[in-house]
Design a protein around this ligand. Sequence first.
Ligand code: HEC
Ligand code: HEC
Length: 206
Amino acid sequence: MIKSRISILVIILASFAATAIEDNPPSGDAAAGELKSQPCIACHGPDGNSPTPAWPKIAGLAEGYIYKQLLEFKKGPNGDCNDPTMYGIVQNLSGQDMLDLAAYYASKEMTIGAVPQDKLELGQKIYRGGNLLSGAPACAPCHDPTGKGNYLANFPRLSGQNSQYIVTELNKFKSKMRVNIMMNDIAARLTDDEIQAVASYVEGLH
Ligand code: HEC
Ligand code: HEC
């Protein structure tokens, strides 16, 4: 009797340990997330494709990345992605709400924009090859040549994203308002022209 209780305990502990190792892979309910998405529509659009270029499209971003971002917003100034607007919005969301919202928006498709002709050449050059002189690396190895990102490594999708939002984020990385060891170094090496060009390039990349 005691022995079987111990083995049950061992199994329970082992499954906790396994969850910790996998870093709690998100498991949200997309249908529940849709019901909870009402407060997001005004800014991110009815299906996560924000009509306002200043605000990010969130449709088709990876579930794990959306969840991570919501957690960071909730930490406010102590988080890696402090934003006063999103900070206010996530305050009343539970962990489960965030998982459900992440599952819902990940199930939607991000719309793709067009690259303005005058941004194509420089944007593509930076995206595919970086800038050897400044040491800015190419974006493609991490964010994928098609811009779909890398789900397992948590490198977010850039394909189709609003260019105005991308410019804002690259400048936030540059000034370390948004914290990420890789992107802080990369953004610091990009000029304003390169930021504009690569942001416009990824909006149409697919
Ligand atoms: C008042 C406008 C507004 C509303 C409402 C709003 N958001 Fe946002 N959201 C923003 C802005 C602005 C940003 C960009 C913040 C930044 O610069 O980091 C953002 C960023 C995000 C991001 C990060 C995207 C990325 O690519 O990293 C996610 C995820 C997100 N919002 C989810 C939600 C969800 C889910 C809701 C509803 C519960 C919601 N937002 C409601 C304005 C809004
Ligand atoms: C070594 C890998 C790596 C390279 C190279 C890289 N990135 Fe990133 N990028 C990341 C990671 C990791 C994140 C997620 C940061 C976070 O979680 O806040 C990110 C996030 C971003 C974001 C924020 C997206 C969003 O939805 O908020 C933008 C924009 C971005 N990168 C643009 C670029 C551009 C442009 C280049 C090329 C000049 C580039 N990255 C090169 C790893 C990389």
